[in-house]
Write a protein that binds this ligand. Structure first.
Ligand code: CU
Length: 170
C-alpha cells in the first residue's frame, strides 16, 4: 500500500460527488485569460487515492461554448503554445497531478456572460473510472496554498507544478 503524499493537507478541499470518492480535486481556481477576451482557465490538483489508475478524459461546463483539457508546449522557435489534449491525463493510483499556470489547465472558450470575482463556476470533470466529478470553482480567487500572485504569467518556472509523481515506498 502506498502512502499518499500530503501536499496540500491544510487547504480547502473542493468537493467530489460520492461516486467519485477516490478522486479528490484540491484547491481549484479560475482566471480570465490575459490573452483572449471571453476565455479563461481553471487549475487544481487531482488526487487519486484509490487502488487503481484513472484518467481525466474530458471536461464540460455550461458557462462557455467550449471547455477543453489544454497544456502548453514549446513550438520550434521556443514559443509556448496552448494545445488541446484530447487523450487527457492518466493519474496513476496513489499519485497527484497538478494543473498549473503555463502547464496543464482546463480551458474555457467563448464564455457566455462576464464573470465577476467570487462567482462560482461549475465544472464537470469526466474520469474514465470515477465518472463525472463536479467541481465548484471560485472565479478569480486564488487558493490559500497558491503562492503565485494573481496575474503573473510565469514563463517556464512552475513552483507549484513540481509535485512528486512517484508514490512513496511502502
Ligand atoms: Cu488553454
Amino acid at each position: 500500500m502506498y502512502a499518499l503524499k500530503t501536499i496540500l493537507a491544510a487547504s480547502a478541499v473542493a468537493f467530489a460527488l460520492p461516486a467519485a470518492a477516490e478522486i479528490r480535486i484540491v484547491s481549484p481556481y479560475m482566471i480570465a485569460s490575459p490573452m483572449a477576451m471571453g476565455s479563461g482557465a481553471a487549475f487544481f490538483v487531482i488526487e487519486n487515492t484509490g487502488p487503481g489508475d484513472d484518467r481525466l478524459a474530458d471536461a464540460a461546463s455550461d458557462i462557455a461554448d467550449m471547455t477543453q483539457l489544454h497544456t502548453h508546449i514549446a513550438d520550434s522557435s521556443g514559443v509556448m503554445q496552448m494545445v488541446h489534449v484530447p487523450e487527457g491525463w492518466v493519474i496513476p493510483a496513489g499519485t497527484t497531478h497538478a494543473l498549473a499556470r503555463g502547464s496543464d489547465h482546463v480551458m474555457f472558450m467563448g464564455i457566455k456572460a462576464p464573470l465577476q470575482v467570487g462567482d462560482i463556476v461549475t465544472l464537470t470533470l469526466k474520469f474514465e473510472k470515477a465518472g463525472d466529478v463536479v467541481v465548484q470553482i471560485p472565479f478569480g480567487v486564488a487558493p490559500a496554498t497558491d503562492s503565485m500572485p494573481m496575474g503573473s504569467m510565469p514563463m517556464g518556472s512552475m513552483p507549484m507544478g513540481n509535485m512528486p509523481m512517484a508514490p512513496a515506498k511502502p
